[in-house]
Design a binder for this molecule. Structure first.
Ligand code: SF4
Ligand code: SF4
Length: 349
């Protein structure tokens, strides 16, 4: 870790775990077994730097960050201890390859920035969907590129050192744009500035806004343009949303506003199941195939006509198989544009 990175220490309080009445972080984990006492014991062992089976068994779904309602950061702690002990979650070559993807290369793009701007992370594909009336108050005030990429994905790879090194630079780069508020179109980027950075004591000198909140407010302002969709919609929640669970409440509110019915799934809310794309990169075929098959079966069984995605990674992982089963995949932004009569790229029902 660089000298700068060593300044940032994870805020985690051992006493909070010692007095925890639930051990919810591991009791609710979908990938390893633990009762309340075992959960507390394992978290305390991890905190003290002792060996714990959790460091071997955790598949990095991020969910314990949501399950812990007591303000500790169980998954960030697991990640940090794995890193200290050299317990890699993926083969070294794959980890290196992923880390290289986020390396700044001077290929960023910055639009006409005012006090409020839109962040596309490092995903240019947002340029194709972030259009129309919903965004006309901010566009073309956008930016994207590795220089503005949150790097949070590397907690899947037990690598907080690279985040501690790069994220402060990213924060500086955004600050130098002169923005006061940033609407993050990438869920994980929002989580970086609202959860991970504060958990490691990094100051964030602008207000992060989740795009769900932004969409809801814009739709409210455009109520007169909304044509209720009258469709049944399943929602595929991404792992990153476990780091900013308060934003999850916007999903039913948005769908209600645009006249879409949110169907009931087995794998939703706290019980959401990973799309499997990161599992494929890290743990091979079997785990990825298992969670993908369970998600697809669950969505089809729910009777949904559409599956709405928050994350392009999840959308890429599940779209083809959903479409073959007759469920239309769509990003939340596209669904909202459809509701105000804008063409999202296919025929409006
Ligand atoms: S991390 Fe949170 S849920 Fe887990 S034992 Fe500690 S306080 Fe309880
Ligand atoms: S990140 Fe997921 S798999 Fe790992 S311990 Fe937390 S809940 Fe379990």
């Amino acid at each position: 870790m660089s000298e700068a990175g060593s300044m940032f220490t994870l805020q985690f309080d051992e006493a909070i775990c010692a007095s925890c009445p639930s051990g919810a972080c591991l009791v609710k984990c979908q990938y390893l077994e633990a009762d309340r006492e075992q959960a507390k014991r394992e978290m305390l062992k991890i905190f003290r730097g002792e060996d714990s089976r959790v460091l071997q068994e955790c598949v990095t779904c991020y969910a314990c960050e949501e399950y812990c309602k007591r303000g500790n950061h169980p998954f960030y702690l697991i990640t940090q201890r794995r890193e200290e002990k050299g317990i890699l979650t993926a083969p070294r070559a794959i980890t290196r390859q992923w880390i290289n993807i986020g390396e700044p290369r001077g290929k960023y793009e910055v639009g006409e920035i005012k006090e409020r701007a839109l962040s596309f992370g490092f995903m240019p594909q947002f340029k194709d969907i972030v259009k129309g009336k919903l965004f006309e108050d901010v566009m073309p005030g956008y930016f994207f590129g590795q220089e503005y990429f949150c790097n949070v994905v590397y907690i899947h790879f037990a690598n907080t050192a690279v985040i501690k090194e790069r994220l402060p630079r990213v924060i500086r780069n955004i600050q130098e744009l002169g923005v006061k508020e940033v609407v993050f179109m990438h869920d994980e980027c929002y989580a970086a500035f609202s959860s991970l950075a504060p958990a490691f004591g990094m100051e964030v000198p602008f207000k992060p806004i989740h795009y769900f909140e932004y969409l809801y407010q814009r739709l409210e302002g455009l109520r007169g343009d909304i044509r209720p969709l009258h469709i049944r919609v399943a929602y595929q929640r991404p792992c990153s949303n476990r780091l900013c669970p308060r934003t999850h409440r916007w999903v039913p509110k948005i769908l209600d506003l645009i006249g879409a019915e949110l169907v009931t799934r087995t794998y939703q809310d706290e019980n959401a199941l990973c799309c499997g794309s990161i599992f494929r990169a890290m743990y091979g075929y079997d785990l990825a195939a298992d969670v993908q098959a369970r998600n697809i079966e669950d969505i089809v069984k729910s009777g949904a006509e559409y599956c709405v995605f928050n994350c392009h990674g999840c959308q890429n992982a599940l779209s083809d198989r959903l479409a073959r089963k007759g469920v239309r995949p769509i990003h939340m932004v596209e669904l909202c544009r459809m509701a105000i009569g804008e063409n999202p790229g296919f025929e409006v029902p």
